[in-house]
Write a protein that binds this ligand. Sequence first.
Ligand SMILES: Nc1ncnc2c1ncn2[C@@H]1O[C@H](COP(=O)(O)OP(=O)(O)O)[C@@H](O)[C@H]1O
Ligand SMILES: [Mg+2]
Length: 344
Amino acid sequence: MIEKILVLGGKGGVGKSSISAATAVLLSDLLPEKKLLLISFDMAHNLSDLLSKDIGNTITPITSNLWAIEPDANVYAEIYTKDLVNKMKTLMKQMPLVGRIPQIEEFIDTTFTSDSIPLALKNAMFFQKILDAEDNNSQDLQFDIIIADFPPTANMITLFEIPEDQVKVVLKYSLNFYNSIKGAMQNFSKMFRQLFKPFDDDYEKRKELGKDIFNMMVALENRGERISELIHTVGSLRLVSIAEKPSFEEVKRARDLTNRYINLDAIHINMIIPKKHAKKCDFCGQISSIQQRYLVEIKSEFKNEKIWESNRLKEEPIGLEGLKNLAKEIYNDASASDILNPKA
Ligand SMILES: Nc1ncnc2c1ncn2[C@@H]1O[C@H](COP(=O)(O)OP(=O)(O)O)[C@@H](O)[C@H]1O
Ligand SMILES: [Mg+2]
């Protein structure tokens, strides 16, 4: 059962991926009895770099109870469209007359391609694989906690808009397409029913196939709604900022744009220059005083949220050890439940 979906968002370069990975590695340590999955939803995947391991589009083991994936969203959209296209072609070919139009296959192939599916929906199709696994009880795909590394705000929003808009766009598109073909078929069959029906053994089979196609589309809509529901109930947004104006502004925008979809539970302020170093050089001191100003502003803007502060580390937080260091820097000795439910 998915208990929690942690979603990390914010401007590019502020440390979203690093904090996602560090959080995942720490939670896997603190919760050995849980299964965790770290997912990158950013097209520019970089979990492989951070974890020093080739991940790609397969669920790859990281620790004994943590896996990671950089899903290739196109793969899942291709599977969906191929299935739909094949069913439509089969249906067409079984039509006494339409099936004989030589261009019909080409028409289907070129009209319904995975390119016409928005990225958000492609990602949702991947996400659905995880949900399907719960339904089918397939153990190797079932996770308790999901940590999702999201792309910068604009793209993040399109991921949340799946249920409200995107599914409907694709659905409407598929339905129009389906209906126009079905309409043509019905006209033909009306004209030729008397002629063909007595000989048409495949009529029932065709009806079934038609239902099948329709169900695939309805399933797509239900899936979108289910993901939305899940994000509403177990989703927990954490916005990452550095102590500078542009990323602070971005975090405020992200909060306003996402609050209909997901609960904001915490703010990360990352890459802070430690005060003791600020005293060592003028340059560091100047940057530090700007940062201290924004720290105050961010904290007052988000006074109802948990604030996790983390200093800029001397070493890049890379590999399991590096990520554990970053996690320690962020969470100190916080417990797993403090991390999962910081507002409780
Ligand atoms: N607290 C930190 N201290 C030092 N380097 C950091 C810290 N957080 C992130 N980094 C480094 O900053 C760079 C950007 O981080 P990344 O997690 O890829 O950001 P994002 O996912 O937001 O684009 C990476 O090179 C990462 O190793
Ligand atoms: Mg990233």
